[in-house]
Design a binder for this molecule. Structure first.
Ligand code: ADP
Length: 269
């Protein structure tokens, strides 16, 4: 039986491409050395996951990533007894696996998870650095190399889904945002294969959509969407068509907003 959790554990063989923005690499390293967990704040698609992948590679640690969702429980993270072929066996959840491995554990969009997950996160995120597996009567102590990193997008969370003070005050917070125009164009060119001028045009389009945030759009186009558009263009899709598909339709379903986005695409391409 499979646990109801979408987790990946990997040891990164190759250096992931990451364009540092401002001192986040040094800050993360200092936190890791001091065994302090980190909280990455920022909009979706701005490079948080890529950053954690890069840091895991840099620090030579395996990376366990869990995409949190509203059905995710403490047992999904910690583990549970399962009955297979008449036998009851304990199966570690991704969090327990990550602690035993001395991995970097990345809980993406933590506020989406069920409230009971804080019970397992808290002792791991303070000086105890331990996981209490109540059902097994076992305490798993995190080795020094283990690190907990969580992400959170304050932009579109409802008040109900705000991160509790008792949780957030256990972490060193790092703020992420879309990279500055020049850096973002370099990232888009490198990740998608488009030329520099096209990458710059995509970034201009992104800035226009980001100005619509709060005026009909919940979020503007992320770096991720620009990379998607760039990949289509690099494959020969006409830039306007690529931007309609990868940017406009990805951002909104509303007819009026789509017309406005269409206008923006036409002014850039
Ligand atoms: P998040 O975790 O914030 O939702 P990701 O890390 O998945 O976002 O970033 C989305 C994509 O944007 C990445 O797959 C990568 O192509 C690109 N990207 C964003 N920022 C950077 C960066 N600083 N360096 C390299 N790639 C980046």
């Amino acid at each position: 039986m499979k646990l109801a959790v979408d987790a990946t554990a990997l040891r990164l063989e190759r250096e992931p491409y990451y364009h540092p923005v401002h001192g986040e690499v040094e800050l993360f390293e200092a936190a890791w050395r001091n065994r302090v967990p980190v909280l990455l704040k920022g909009p979706t698609g701005c490079g948080k996951t890529r950053f954690v992948e890069y840091m895991a590679w840099r620090l030579g640690r395996p990376l366990v990533t869990v995409s949190c969702h509203d059905d995710l429980t403490a047992a999904d993270l910690a583990g549970r007894y399962l009955v297979t072929a008449g036998e009851t066996v304990w199966v570690d959840g991704p969090m327990t696996r990550a602690v035993r491995l001395g991995a970097i554990l990345y809980l993406d969009e933590i506020v989406e998870a069920r409230k009971d997950t804080t019970v397992v996160i808290h002792p791991l995120a303070d000086d105890r650095r331990a996981l209490f597996l109540e059902k097994r009567g076992e305490v798993v102590h995190a080795p020094p190399e283990f690190m907990l990193a969580i992400s959170y997008n304050p932009g579109y969370q409802s008040v109900l889904k705000e991160l509790k003070q008792s949780t957030r005050q256990r972490f060193v917070a790092m703020e992420f945002d879309y990279p500055a125009a020049e850096a973002e164009a370099a990232i888009v060119a490198r990740e998608s294969g488009v030329d520099g001028a096209t990458a710059q045009a995509l970034v201009r389009l992104a800035h226009m959509t980001r100005n619509l945030k709060g005026n009909g759009l919940d979020e503007g186009a992320s770096t991720r969407l620009l990379v998607h558009a760039g990949k289509l263009i690099a494959q020969g899709v006409a830039p306007r068509t690529a931007c309609e598909a990868a940017v406009a339709l990805a951002l909104s379903d509303e007819r009026e907003m789509l017309a406005a986005l269409h206008e923006l695409v036409s002014t850039v391409f």
